[in-house]
Structures are given as C-alpha cells and as structure tokens.
Design a protein around this ligand. Structure first.
Ligand code: URP
Ligand code: ZN
Ligand code: ZN
Length: 468
C-alpha cells in the first residue's frame, strides 16, 4: 500500500513539472501519471508545490554554554524544523577540551537518540587538536560524520590555531571529509572586547562593534589560503559580509573548491537591530553579527548567481529572559546565537522566490539539494526522484501568515523575525514516507533516524553544485 500525492507541481533543483508522486514504504516509488495501485491512499494536493524535504546543515540543539543549554533540545528543535519543512538537520557535535572525538560523538548521540522528529546527522567540531584527534577523524568518517567544524574565533573557548586548521584540512583530504570554518579573527575580536569593557561599553550594541566586517574578511582570506596550501576543499559557514563574499567569488573563479553558506538573518536583518537604548539588542547577539543592508544585498546576489551554496539557520536559541540576560551588564556574557530552524523555508520562499531574487529551483538547491551533495546525503536526500527517501514537503503557496513568538513551535521566548509576513506555508510533510505533518500540524511521535553520511567526493553529483 502506498500514498499518491496527486495534482501538484514537482520542484527539484533543476526541474519544475506537473506530476503525481507515489510513495511506498520509506522511498519514492514513482513519478508520473496514473500511478495509484489497489489499496493506495490518494491525497489531492492540486495547486501545491512538492519540494524535497529541507536540509538544514547548521544547527545547535541541546548545546551547553556554561551552566545552561540552548532553549531548544533535539525534540523541540526538530519538531519546529519539520513543521517548517526541514526533514533533515546536521547538528554540531562539539568536542570539549580534553575529550576524545568518540566521547563527543557518543554524547551527541545520547542527546538526539529517540527524540528527533527529523532525520539527523552530525558534524564534529574539533576544539582540542591532539595526535589521537588526528587519528579519530578517520573513525568519525567511518561512523558517518564526514564533516568537521573548526573555529577561528571564540578565543580560549573554541578557537584553534592556523596550524591546526591546516593539519585538519590536510587530513580531511586524505580521509574524504569536508572542513567547515567559522571565519572571524578571534584574536582581534578578543582584544576589541577587552578594550570595550575597559572603557565601560557594556551594552549589546558593542557586540557588533567588536566583531567588525574586516574580522570576517581577514579570516575568510586566511581560510582560503590555508585550504589552498593544504589542497583541500573548505566550507565557509554563516557568511555575513560582502567583503567575505568577494573573496570567495575570486577564489572560486580561480578554481579553488571553496563552498559557502549564509543564513536568513544575514539576508533579512541588519545592524540597526542593535541600536536600542534598552537590552533588546541582545536578541540579535550572534557571531558573526548582523551587518549593513549592502552586505545582505550582496549575499542575495550570491544566492542568485550560484556563488553561495546553502542557506542554513545556525539555529542556536537562547531565551531572552533568563539566558540572554546573563549579559545584561556585560555584552560579552550574552550567549551567542538566535533561533530560526522553523522559518528558513518560509523566509527564503517569501523574500527570495516571491520577490524574484531567486527562482524556485534555486530555492530547492539552496534549502536542500546542495547540502545533500556537500554532506554525503545525495540522492537519498535532497531531491524528488524514484528511489530517494520519501521526504516531501507539500507547499501551499496561497496562505498568508505572520511570524510571532506566540505562534511558533521553537521552544524559545522570542523570534528575530517577529511580525515578518510569510507567503505560502507547509501543508503536509512526509519523512521517509510517514506523514509527520498534516494540515500544518505535527502528527507523529519522534521517528527521526541517525544518518550515517558518505564521504566528501567533491563531485557534487552533477547539477547545481560546482565541481572544481
Ligand atoms: O552566534 C552563533 N552563531 N552561535 C552559534 C555558534 C556558532 O558560531 O556557530
Ligand atoms: Zn560559527
Ligand atoms: Zn553555528
């Protein structure tokens, strides 16, 4: 017995066409006309789009920061994700200093197992480079963790030295992994923060002033040079500046395999959010910080021209009350990060597709296909094709809704997008053939599975990802 989704338009990263889609078991059994067999359920979805389930390759769920953790754990975060059309997340397992990568991975498995409403994989964030870590990277790849993140910022906490980045890049090439880099010059940021606090500048508005665009530009430039010297591909996470973007474009046109991600906050919000006399700028304290509207305009052009590969959320939610206000008298103590996992597709569809900044096929590439290709999930995930996992979003383009904290599923007491109008919404969601969202409502218990990902090949599988 299968399910036939009837009367919609199928949208992939390369095609848009009218067809019915038949799901059987966990996969897509057929695409075409007259597909229904005896016993099948037929769902009339005329007027809707069918998108491949969204993939958010950058989330932080149940992340401890000092003596508390992010507001969203794997249950609340993935419930919000599927309601917003994201059926796969890749979260950051993070190594504590002194810990083995194996222990860090076991820790993150324990946080996620049995709690997820979406399928999930892990990147591994390396914070403490040692000889055993060098060996353990290969073990990670065997366990399906085929990407790593290193931080060029957060001095004395997460930041690693250039030599470590270089060696990790070399190692990634040997073992078929992809290194993601957080690009900000952490030494300069630390000095600026110290100077600001010494001068009595403690309000949230000093957060962006101590993390200038040049700190990202310098780190992106260094990241590209390190990748070039190691002859390894690199993935720049949460890019926020036009200056960083120009460097990436220049490197790519020289044939250097530099991939890049941006996030809705850098496309839709700007630094004016920090200009408040009260503490509410803390809601936007994230790293890198929000930038100028000109930066956002350049990032949109990057999406349009295919020079940026993915739109992720960097979902890292902290309540305004009780968590963000730990930094009420010292902006450097405000936990960094903002929520977004629920609204990624809605925001990119409304402010990207509906405004003509990107096309529908680009929307699918940016929210799903390219991440699947970069992170070893394609064609199981990231497309609508016979044999792929039946992860399908039935998207109704007609409704108009407004984002509010009161109406969101994310378990956090604010949203940076309060009052943003959305065009279109998720009607139904299928995760490996199971209907997890019906009429916009979550209907399943947690049935997300761990995804052991394939190694990085650099081939991208063909269509929209450049093969260098
Ligand atoms: O402010 C942010 N982005 N917090 C999450 C950690 C990171 O740097 O990705
Ligand atoms: Zn980061
Ligand atoms: Zn992050």
């Amino acid at each position: 017995m299968g399910i036939v989704l009837k009367g919609a338009t199928v949208i992939t990263a390369v095609d848009s066409y009218a067809a019915d889609v038949r799901l059987e078991g966990e996969t897509i059994a057929g695409i075409g006309a007259d597909l229904s067999q005896a016993g099948d359920a037929v769902l009339d979805v005329a007027g809707c789009y069918l998108f491949p389930g969204g993939i958010d390759p950058h989330t932080h769920l149940d992340l401890p920061v000092g003596d508390f953790s992010t507001a969203d754990d794997f249950a609340s975060g993935t419930a919000a994700a599927v309601c917003g059309g994201t059926t796969t997340i890749i979260d950051f397992a993070t190594q504590n200093r002194g810990e083995t990568l194996q222990a860090a991975l076991a820790n993150w498995h324990a946080k996620a197992q049995g709690k997820c409403f979406a399928d999930y994989g892990f990147h591994m964030a390396i914070t403490d480079w040692r000889d055993d870590v060098n060996c353990a990277m290969e073990d990670m790849v065997k366990l399906g963790v085929t990407s790593f993140k290193l931080y060029m910022a957060y001095k004395n906490v997460l930041q690693v030295e250039d030599g470590v980045i270089f060696r990790a890049l070399q190692r990634s090439r040997e073992i078929g992994a992809l290194i993601g880099l957080h690009c900000e010059n952490g030494d300069v940021v630390a000095a600026l923060v110290r100077q600001a606090l010494q001068a009595g500048n403690t309000a949230p508005k000093f957060h962006p002033l101590t993390r200038p665009a040049a700190a990202e530009r310098e780190a992106v430039s260094r990241a590209i040079a390190l990748a070039e010297m190691a002859a390894a591909p690199v993935y720049i996470v949460h890019l926020s500046t036009a200056a960083g973007f120009r460097l990436i474009t220049e490197a790519r046109t020289r044939g250097i395999p530099v991939y890049a991600e941006t996030c809705p906050q850098y496309l839709l919000l700007d630094e004016s959010r920090y200009e408040t006399e009260d503490f509410s700028g803390a809601k936007y304290v994230m790293s890198p910080p929000l930038r100028r509207p000109e930066d956002a305009a350049m990032l949109w052009r990057g999406l349009k021209t295919g020079m940026l590969d993915t739109v992720a959320t960097d979902h890292c939610s902290f309540n305004y009350a009780g968590q963000k206000d730990r930094g009420r008298h010292d902006f450097s103590k405000i936990p960094n990060g903002a929520p977004g996992i629920e609204h990624r597709l809605g925001l990119l569809y409304t402010y990207g597709v509906c405004t003509g900044r990107i096309g529908l096929n680009q929307f699918v590439a940016l929210t799903s296909t390219n991440a699947a290709k970069l992170f070893g999930l394609f064609p199981r995930k990231g497309t609508i094709a016979a044999g792929s996992d039946a992860d399908i979003i039935v998207w109704d383009p007609a409704p108009r809704t407004t984002i509010t904290a009161a109406g969101q599923r994310q378990r956090v007491d604010y949203t940076p997008y309060e009052g943003f109008e959305l065009a279109g919404r998720v009607r139904h969601v299928f995760l490996r053939g199971r209907q997890v969202v019906e009429g916009g409502r979550l209907k399943e218990s947690p049935c997300g599975k761990y995804l052991s990902r394939r190694s990085f090949t650099g081939k991208g599988g063909g269509v929209c990802l450049p093969s260098f």
